[in-house]
Design a protein around this ligand. Structure first.
Ligand code: ADP
Ligand code: MG
Length: 433
């Protein structure tokens, strides 16, 4: 028996079924010319089914018939999506041919198969060529790096540089998930990858700011599904880049306000925190293969204490904090060296030499913070010789962590840098002598 559309409001369509209720997340097909698909969001206590109007179709109207599909939203997975740009349901956004119906598909909404006992057999550090990252937040295979900061501090540019540098060297597969950011940035990334012949090793998923919150909230899951398939079925190592994870939070929030759900404390929807956890757990490594992720996290109103930001941050092994203050001093990347942290800066992971250097550097940078205030008042000449020398060393260190981006060369004309990890450590040792 078919259901009947009862009401349509914005992106929510309620459907009455007098028997044979659909499942949560099942796709329903409205029997109009468009054969519009809805995703079942929830069913209320009267048995009324609430569907999400995923393509924002305005031709749905009261009284139209609705059929169950007994299918769930899915995307094509496997080799055929390499080199392609897809939306949350696998529709091509690159203007190329649709992906064949014969290609295997997999559901995008699912729970993680995370094995919490999993310990990687060996630690493998991927070189990024960016001193400040290789030194403070080592890029370890299978782990997560967060890049956090307010608007315009350089999160996207740094992410692009990482894709450019790491995807070139690592034999893994790079995946990029554009979540609710500017449309233009998707084109720029595509161009950059093309210029560097990296498209053959990359899959991209996009639901940018112009898409409705249903699509924006599903894009991360679609990309995670593709990554899980490569990891589990094809035993591949994946580099997963997401820009911007906070847009997932916003999309979910927009949806819960459209659905009239009562927010809990902090103003967030009640399932938001478990939704974030589920997505993060899906992006993990296991015995089949690894997912190494870089996730940008926008901070609303530059407020680092936002509960959703904190939650995402807690899922990361390393957090690079980009700051407006640093950017204003003309330092790029605008990394706040005192707030940037990594649980991977241990002798076991980075080796004794790097570890000891990191301790020395962080104590010098802390000292610099307090000396800076004194210098501002009484001048550098009044410092003791030891303090003056430490102050100078800290200044040299800060300068040493500047990096000209390869991905900005086209715009700025300045050649990009690349430093091996050995060069990075050596440059720091030379300053500390
Ligand atoms: N490393 C950099 N070198 C030069 N310019 C940069 C760099 N990082 C950011 N910018 C400038 O700042 C702008 C905003 O950076 P973007 O990465 O888009 O910020 P976010 O993603 O944090 O909002 C860029 O368009 C660029 O002009
Ligand atoms: Mg950005």
């Amino acid at each position: 028996m078919a259901g009947i559309v009862e009401s349509v409001s914005e992106l929510i369509v309620s459907v009455f079924f007098d028997e044979n209720l659909p499942k949560i997340n099942e796709l329903l097909i409205v029997q109009n010319d468009q054969k519009t698909e809805l995703i079942v969001d929830h069913i209320d206590q009267n048995g009324l089914v609430y569907g999400l109007n995923i393509r924002n179709d305005l031709t749905i109207s009261r009284g139209q018939k609705v059929k169950r599909s007994k299918k769930f939203p899915d995307i094509p997975v496997g080799e055929q999506i390499i080199g392609r740009v897809l939306g949350p349901f696998g529709d091509p956004l690159d203007g190329l041919e649709p992906i064949s119906d014969q290609v295997k598909r997999d559901n995008i909404i699912k729970l993680p198969t995370k094995n919490t006992e999993f310990v990687p057999k060996k630690t493998e550090i991927l070189e990024t060529g960016i001193k400040v990252i290789d030194f403070f937040t080592p890029f370890v295979k299978g782990r997560k790096i967060g890049i956090i900061g307010g608007a315009g501090v350089g999160k996207t540019v740094l992410t692009m540089e990482l894709i450019n540098n790491v995807a070139k060297i690592d034999k893994g597969l790079a995946m990029f998930c554009g979540m609710g950011e500017r449309i233009r940035e998707g084109h720029e990334l595509w161009e950059t990858l093309k210029d560097n012949d990296l498209l053959k090793n990359t899959s991209m998923f996009f639901a940018q700011t112009n898409e409705n919150p249903i699509q924006r909230s599903l894009i991360g899951m679609a990309a995670a599904t593709a990554a899980e398939y490569f990891r589990d079925e094809l035993s591949r190592d994946i580099l997963f880049f997401a820009d911007n994870m906070y847009r997932y939070v916003q999309a979910k929030n927009e949806l819960s306000s459209i659905l009239n759900q009562v927010p809990n404390e902090g103003g967030y929807g009640s399932t938001l925190f478990s939704d974030i956890k589920i997505l993060e757990d899906r992006l993990s490594s296991n015995d089949n293969g690894s997912i190494t992720s870089v996730q940008t996290i926008y901070i609303p109103a530059d407020d680092i204490t936002d509960p959703a930001v904190q939650l995402i941050q807690n899922e990361m092994d390393s957090v690079i904090v980009l700051s407006r203050k640093v950017a204003e001093q003309g330092i790029r990347p605008a990394v706040d060296l005192n707030l940037t942290t990594s649980s991977l800066l241990t002798p076991e992971v980075v080796g004794e030499r790097h570890y000891l250097l990191s301790i020395e550097v962080s104590s010098l940078l802390k000292k610099y913070q307090s000396l800076k205030n004194i210098v501002a008042i009484i001048g550098e000449n009044e410092l003791s010789p030891k303090d003056r020398s430490d102050f100078q060393k800290a200044l040299k260190l800060i300068n040493n962590f500047r990096h000209n981006m390869n991905v900005m060369t086209k715009l700025t004309g300045v050649k990009g840098d690349y430093f091996t990890r050995e060069q990075t450590l050596k440059s720091i040792e030379e300053i500390l002598i």
